[in-house]
Write a protein that binds this ligand. Structure first.
Ligand code: GLU
Length: 395
């Protein structure tokens, strides 16, 4: 059968493809170190598991409302008020199949042919392809290590055209780990207001912050900003609930209803008993979040030190999330070749920066155990040393 043209317009998700390849190699008996998908290695907190088990025992195994269980929508609204200073009611929240699905639903609901969506690069792999699938045009704005990989108000201003509809903001950022300071968020907000834009704020890493970095949701800057911001978030990263597929989108009710209308034809409700696990994650004690954050902080320190000690690699310090994004440009090799060879020759899986719009970098997730980190860093040292000696980099 002839496939729809849209299939040819997007690429497979490289984060998922490389993770699958690493898993297949491990299943074949190879000693693989994976720093590929950003997936916390901790078990889901016991109280979330117990709540989902209870829900199963109580027969919560049937279809539910498309936009989510009322108790979860209320718990999310309460969380937004408590943690983010954003006052939305339960009706302003839709529960989606993970954070990724909330972004996809939003693009489908608001983007159409001719619409431009501004995406600062490096960006998370799926943003541009989601915009393309919705028929819109991704407008990529390059940033560099010099501005902490953050878009400046002047860059944003210069990228805006009469067709601009939406800005994608992601802080803490995947893949750079950079966090917009509250002042930087306010400065971006001024441009957004002046040009009557909308923002989707991907806040999935908001709880994973280091060295006093602060997360300010752009929706919390002012009531005007709240009215033009969609917050995307989920349970995967903060609560180690990746496989549960529970995320959400919060914003003005007419947009939430539009996303729900589409979701009603696509997936219906998110797995009912999983939603009860999510309620427990939000409403029961939060120390598990801090315990995991501390482990990430320790791993970040070890990996950053090891990477910075390798001649030919430079790396900025992440302020949030759980990724390092070293520059490999000095080695004279593209990010795809770097990652393919590293996996083939040393059995270490990392993600090429090209997936995130920067061929100068590679991404390593440190949401993995210290043993893997130490072994992987030994192999990275050897691999980079071999590149420096190889003929193609000595010309
Ligand atoms: N968001 C994670 C990552 O960037 C998981 C994989 C994916 O959904 O892309 O690695």
């Amino acid at each position: 059968m002839k496939l729809a043209a849209r299939v040819g317009q997007v690429k497979p998700s490289l984060t998922l493809a490389i993770t699958a390849k690493a898993k297949a190699m491990a299943a074949d008996g190879l000693d693989v170190c994976s720093f590929s998908a950003g997936e916390p290695d901790f078990p889901t907190p016991a109280h979330a598991i117990a709540a989902a088990q209870r829900a199963l025992d109580e027969g919560k195994t049937r279809y539910g409302p498309v936009a989510g269980e009322p108790a979860l929508r209320s718990a999310i609204a309460a969380k937004l008020a408590r943690d983010n200073g954003v006052n939305w009611a339960a009706e302003n929240v839709i529960v989606t199949n993970g954070g990724k699905h909330s972004l996809y639903g939003l693009m489908m609901a608001v983007i159409e042919g001719g619409d431009e969506v501004i995406i600062p690069a490096p960006y998370w792999v799926s943003y541009p392809d989601m915009v393309t699938l919705a028929g819109g045009t991704p407008v990529i704005v390059e940033t560099t290590a010099a501005t902490g990989y953050k878009i400046t108000p002047a860059q944003l201003e210069a990228a805006i055209t009469p067709r601009t509809k939406l800005l994608v903001l992601n802080s803490p950022s995947n893949p750079t780990g950079k966090v917009y300071t509250p002042d930087e968020v306010r400065a971006i907000a001024q441009v957004v207001l002046r040009h009557d834009l909308w923002v989707v704020s991907d806040e999935i890493y908001e709880k994973i912050l280091y060295d006093g970095a602060q997360h300010l949701s752009i929706a919390a800057v002012s009531p005007e900003l709240q009215q033009r911001t969609l917050i995307s978030n989920g349970f995967a990263k903060a609560y180690s609930m990746t496989g549960w597929r529970v995320g959400y989108l919060a914003g003005p009710v007419e947009i939430i209803n539009a996303v729900a209308k589409i979701q009603g034809h696509a997936t219906s409700n998110v797995c009912t008993f999983a939603q009860y696990g999510a309620i427990a994650a939000l409403t029961e004690p939060q120390d598990c979040v801090e315990t995991m954050r501390q482990a990430f902080a320790e791993r970040r320190g070890v990996m950053l030190e090891r990477i910075r000690a390798i001649a030919g690699l430079t790396c900025t310090e992440p302020e949030g999330a759980f990724y390092l994004f070293p520059e490999i440009e000095a080695l004279g090799i593209g990010s795809m070749e770097f990652c393919e060879r590293f996996l083939e020759e040393h059995q270490v899986a990392i993600i090429p920066g090209i997936a995130f719009g920067s061929d100068r970098n590679v991404r390593l997730s440190y949401a993995t155990g210290m043993d893997t980190i130490l072994k992987g860093m030994d192999r990275l040292e050897k691999f980079v040393a071999s590149l420096e000696k190889s003929p193609q980099t000595c010309q």
